[in-house]
Design a protein around this ligand. Structure first.
Ligand SMILES: [Zn+2]
Length: 111
């Protein structure tokens, strides 16, 4: 479980990263353990790019208004998308995005 250290920095563990990844929307035509959708920019994320590589992803807190370190409050998004999240509480937005179907555009990326 994540904890906050004396400087106010949150320390996440592997379980937290797994939970955040599993809360991110899936892509219909890609394995869910390798690809997920960033619900902010709608571009895909690669699991291997956890805090590294091109378009690294990291844990974001879904609801900052009702802040908690509950695993259900974590979602994987791109590092660069943290600054452009539209709201303090993204719970509804995330649910909406997850209710839609998303596909990885093979023809676009395999040119
Ligand atoms: Zn993004």
């Amino acid at each position: 479980m994540a904890k906050i250290d004396e400087k106010g920095i949150i320390e996440f563990n592997l379980e937290d990263f797994d939970a955040a990844w599993n809360n991110a929307p899936k892509l219909d035509n890609k394995p869910e353990n390798e690809y997920r959708l960033c619900f902010i920019c709608k571009f895909h994320m690669l699991k291997d790019n956890l805090m590294k590589g091109d378009l690294p992803w990291n844990i974001e807190i879904i609801d900052l208004k009702n802040f908690s370190l509950d695993k259900n409050n974590f979602v994987a998004i791109h590092n660069n998308c943290k600054e452009i999240r539209p709201k303090q509480n993204c719970s509804k937005l995330l649910l909406k995005i997850k209710s839609l179907r998303w596909m990885y555009d093979e023809s676009f990326y395999n040119k």
